[in-house]
Design a binder for this molecule. Structure first.
Ligand code: HAM
Length: 420
């Protein structure tokens, strides 16, 4: 007797099983198709990297680096971390392999698991999958607009239209320090009203107070200075041009000056796509520009922008609108006896070369049990091969959905199944 399973997935991690995997595959295929049309090429980077790659780029004092990384010392005594996101690893790869020598702009996409030791809740996992893109070397807001509109095209292609785009500019090294000072001044006499996290943020990164979801912090920030009022001339022009181009490209968006993002590497444009249907973890995708990171990693001064989509959140939304169906075999070949058993294997092989899903019955089982299996699989057509059919070269078929029956020559089976 089997009781409770001895082993289970770790907290915050999950198996993705069929039929969900079919949905995941179709989302991944759409990403490949659409990103390729925009000239993005696939890059695959390791799951494990040197810890400092993440701590330096995402920021020593961010939640991700302070609390959420899966970090350990490997057998060689190095501190390594499971990647909490893809951008830092792609930038490491860009610099390591001199990818800036490729024709510019260099555009890449990636997909795979990311790891953050967060408190699991609906839509938030410790292992989650992202599909991300990173575009290098183009500083112009045209690239911001292309990347954001590509994200829109992708979401539309997979059938996610009830989402909203929020964009912001968080300025650059020229204008952000003065804005930070303005925020410090604003929050100086409100410090005791802030949550403990925001009290820490006050000293380290006051911009993050704007993003806090705790109600007393939301209250405390009423009337706080807005970054969009503190942008330098260049950042203002960049942000203005981006908005103009998004209108041209038919992307609806709202400007949210409080959207500051939880990673430190951003400069200028940041954006987030949210869905009302997801509760508190409502961001399905997010990204922004990071013009300093390549240089900080020892590469040439190279502007860049990208985003990442959260696969679990997308799958969750899609599952609400599409009913997932299991694919069914095109044919089930039942066989009676050894000779027929060999012949169905040969026929199945021919049909499978045409990418048809074909199942073969166990020629030593009764026809009844073979048909039961065909039924469980809901095969579209069942074919039965015995001595008589071997002699005549003609098979009896049955359509399991409507119970219609007929005969077909073995030589014509492929045309019969493909409608050719
Ligand atoms: P991020 O906002 O940290 O950005 O993550 C992007 C998306 O990944 C989120 O919007 C969400 O859908 C999903 N996500 C994040 N954490 C979790 C989690 N614990 N469980 C489930 N889904 C999650 C980045 O990762 C940046 N690297 C994006 C980027 C690319 N910026 C520039 N290029």
């Amino acid at each position: 007797m089997s009781g409770a399973p001895q082993y289970k997935t770790l907290k915050g991690m999950q198996d993705i099983l069929p039929p969900d995997t079919f949905l995941w595959q179709s989302v991944e295929q759409a990403a490949h198709r659409i990103f390729s049309a925009f000239g993005f090429q696939e890059i695959r980077v390791p799951v494990l990297e040197t810890t400092s790659i993440f701590s330096r780029s995402i920021g020593e004092q961010t939640d991700i680096v302070e609390k959420e990384m899966y970090t350990f010392t490997d057998k060689g005594g190095r501190s390594v971390s499971l990647r909490p996101e893809g951008t830092a690893a792609v930038v490491r790869s860009f610099v390591e392999h001199n990818l800036h020598s490729l024709p510019s702009p260099q555009k890449f996409y990636y997909s795979g698991p990311m790891f953050r030791y967060e408190r699991p809740q609906s839509g938030r996992f410790r292992q989650f999958f992202q599909i991300g893109v990173e575009a290098f070397s183009d500083p112009h807001p045209r690239m911001d607009a292309e990347v954001i509109s590509m994200l829109g095209r992708f979401l539309m292609a997979i059938g996610l239209e009830q989402v909203s785009f929020q964009i912001n500019s968080i300025g650059c090294e020229q204008c952000r320090p003065a804005y930070k000072d303005a925020l410090l001044l604003f929050f100086a006499d409100k410090k005791e009203h802030l949550c403990p996290d925001c009290v820490r943020r006050f000293d380290r990164n006051p911009l993050r107070i704007l993003d806090c979801k705790v109600s007393r912090c939301i209250e405390a920030r009423t009337g706080a200075p807005r970054i969009t009022d503190h942008l330098c001339q260049d950042c203002r022009m960049h942000f203005g041009k981006l908005q103009e181009l998004l209108v041209l490209l038919d992307v609806s968006f709202t400007v949210n000056p409080e959207m500051v993002r939880g990673l430190d590497y951003y400069t200028r444009t940041t954006f987030e796509v949210t869905s009302k249907g997801l509760g508190s973890q409502n961001a399905v995708a997010a990204g922004g520009r990071y013009n300093r990171l390549v240089k900080e990693f020892g590469g040439p001064d190279t502007p860049a922008i990208g985003f990442a989509v959260g696969m679990e959140r997308i799958a969750e939304l899609l599952k609400r609108s599409v009913s997932l169906t299991w694919p069914v075999p095109a044919a089930f070949l039942a066989a009676l006896g050894d000779t027929a058993g060999n012949e169905v294997l040969r026929i199945a092989d021919v049909l499978r070369r045409q990418n048809l899903w074909v199942e073969v019955g166990d020629c030593h089982s009764s026809l009844k049990s073979q048909l039961r299996r065909a039924d469980r699989l809901a095969a579209r057509f069942v074919f039965i091969l015995g001595d008589e059919e071997l002699r005549s070269g003609t098979l009896k078929w049955k359509n399991l959905a409507d119970a219609s029956q007929g005969e077909v020559k073995i030589a014509e089976l492929q045309d019969f199944l493909t409608g050719g």
